[in-house]
Design a protein around this ligand. Structure first.
Ligand code: HEC
Ligand code: HEC
Ligand code: HEC
Ligand code: HEC
Length: 388
């Protein structure tokens, strides 16, 4: 269908909160809406969770205007980023779209620069002053509240309930002249409403259709899929960083005693020949393999491609390539065990772990290396060809 006949409405509650993660997600959602050609984004109560400052930043990056008729922005400068309403021409008819939020649920609005005013007064004012053939109201409120509003208002053709209300999305309801539809089912459905003209030339609203957004009914858009993949990359690293920070904190809190990792550069001081020998093995380049696959931050992949990760008893070993570059790749201590005490005082601490088949099997398991053969593979790594 041509764009001149289509109106794409995002009824709000897109964002999930404050913080870096929520912010990145919000940016992604705006980019995707830009690609979809969304015509407007109605503000829901959740939108304010990102804070007034961030919200106007998002509004600036969005092709679709953000609208809300009962939002008072005390900073006049930013006021234009939140429009009270929009009016579209479709099929020669004027379609007025207005959005309001129930102040009772706008409790996230802790920012004193934004304030919610009486929604009914705002709707009535626009009904009076802006000429239109069709009036669409997006209401961010509980369904019971919306119904009491609709009973006090006339001339609303379509009401979009901008909250998660009905468990299963496939519902609609007529209240007097108003068709009511639900906004969302947590992103699983989209509601589609046909407007046409009756015999008298009056706009008629057909029964809404809920469109399930599953793989087979809504194929992936390659551009959107790429954006989502980028985001997921970022999110993976984000979670990993958080984890590393906690790990680093835990290590800092704990005095280093007993078993701990130092990394190959310490071993080199006394075992130079072994380092040279080890460098010839793929163990020395194991992290590069992950980099090639862009998985070098993935906690699912890292433990076998680095040294001592998750070995909490010995202070953790590898955390990430920035914090703990000294334990990147499968080094000496991946096989010989944490050898910090030995390296700092070899005369007192000669014993390092015994290397057995079990040592290798931690990483060379049936899934990752089905062809592993201890007897055959051992000579490749036990420094057997170093002249002793
Ligand atoms: C200050 C010197 C020094 C440093 C540093 C050092 N070692 Fe040693 N290492 C020795 C000495 C001495 C021995 C005793 C055997 C020998 O003469 O080679 C030894 C023996 C070993 C053995 C054989 C143990 C055995 O039971 O036969 C391993 C394995 C080993 N070191 C691993 C490491 C690792 C891994 C590191 C780095 C974390 C490291 N060493 C750092 C001096 C050092
Ligand atoms: C901490 C995990 C880990 C441990 C422990 C480990 N390996 Fe590996 N090994 C790897 C990884 C990961 C690779 C692949 C490196 C790459 O290419 O990215 C590998 C590669 C190899 C290779 C090279 C394969 C080839 O065909 O060239 C051999 C041989 C090998 N390991 C033998 C062993 C043996 C024997 C042991 C035990 C004495 C052992 N490994 C212990 C993780 C480990
Ligand atoms: C349980 C330990 C383990 C985990 C977890 C693991 N690997 Fe490996 N990986 C290995 C071992 C062992 C080898 C060497 C196997 C061989 O020589 O065929 C290897 C080899 C590789 C190689 C080089 C060989 C090749 O096939 O090109 C790549 C790339 C790789 N892994 C990527 C990954 C990625 C990506 C993940 C996370 C999804 C991952 N690994 C998780 C143990 C592991
Ligand atoms: C993939 C596992 C693996 C890695 C990685 C590894 N080694 Fe070994 N290393 C062995 C095995 C197996 C032996 C044989 C003796 C044993 O069973 O402990 C051995 C033996 C040794 C010995 C004792 C040699 C002897 O003749 O008694 C030293 C010293 C040693 N390794 C140092 C190192 C150093 C230093 C590194 C890092 C550069 C390193 N190893 C990396 C598996 C490994």
């Amino acid at each position: 269908m041509g764009k001149e006949h289509l109106l794409v409405i995002n009824a709000g509650d897109n964002f999930s909160g404050k913080g870096e993660l929520a912010w990145k997600k919000a940016e992604l959602i705006i980019k995707v809406n830009n690609l979809m050609g969304t015509d407007l984004i109605a503000l829901g109560a959740k939108e304010y969770r990102v804070g007034a400052e961030k919200l106007s930043q998002l509004a600036k990056s969005s092709c679709a205007p953000f609208i809300c008729a009962n939002l008072k922005d005390h900073r006049q400068l930013d006021a234009p980023y939140f429009m009270p309403f929009l009016r579209f021409e479709r099929g020669g008819r004027k379609i007025l779209v207005v959005s309001v939020i129930d102040p009772a649920i706008g409790r996230y609005l802790k920012d004193d620069r934004l304030e919610l005013t009486d929604p009914l007064a705002a709707v009535r004012r626009l009904q009076r002053t802006i000429s239109h053939d069709v009036f669409i109201l997006i209401a961010n409120a509980q369904s019971a509240v919306i119904e009491t509003w609709l009973k006090q208002l006339n001339g609303i053709d379509l009401a979009i309930m901008g909250r998660y209300i009905w468990l299963m999305g496939n519902k609609c309801k007529r209240l007097g002249p108003t068709m009511m539809v639900a906004n969302n089912n947590r992103g699983k459905t989209m509601c589609y409403v046909d407007l046409d003209l009756d015999a008298n030339g009056r706009v008629r609203i057909a029964k809404p259709v809920y469109w399930s957004l599953k793989k087979d009914t809504a194929p992936k858009d390659p551009l959107v899929a790429a954006l989502v993949a980028d985001y997921q990359d970022w999110e993976g690293r984000y979670h990993y960083d958080q984890r590393s920070q906690r790990l680093r904190q835990a290590n800092a809190d704990k005095p280093q005693s007993g078993r701990f990792y130092l990394g190959k550069d310490w071993c080199r001081r006394c075992h130079g020949a072994y380092i040279a020998d080890w460098r010839q093995t793929r163990h020395a380049r194991a992290l590069d393999s992950l980099r090639r696959k862009k998985r070098e931050f993935d906690p699912e992949c890292l433990p076998c491609h680095v040294t001592g990760m998750n070995d909490k008893k010995a202070g953790g070993g590898f955390a990430d390539a920035v914090i703990t570059p000294q334990t990147a790749n499968v080094q000496c201590e991946a096989c010989h065990g944490p050898a910090g005490a030995h390296a700092l005082g070899p005369e007192k601490n000669v014993v390092v772990d015994k290397v057995t088949e079990k040592t290798c099997r931690r990483c060379h398991n049936r899934e990752t290396d089905p062809n592993f053969d201890y007897q055959r593979d051992l000579p490749k790594v036990n420094h057997s060809h170093i002249k002793r």
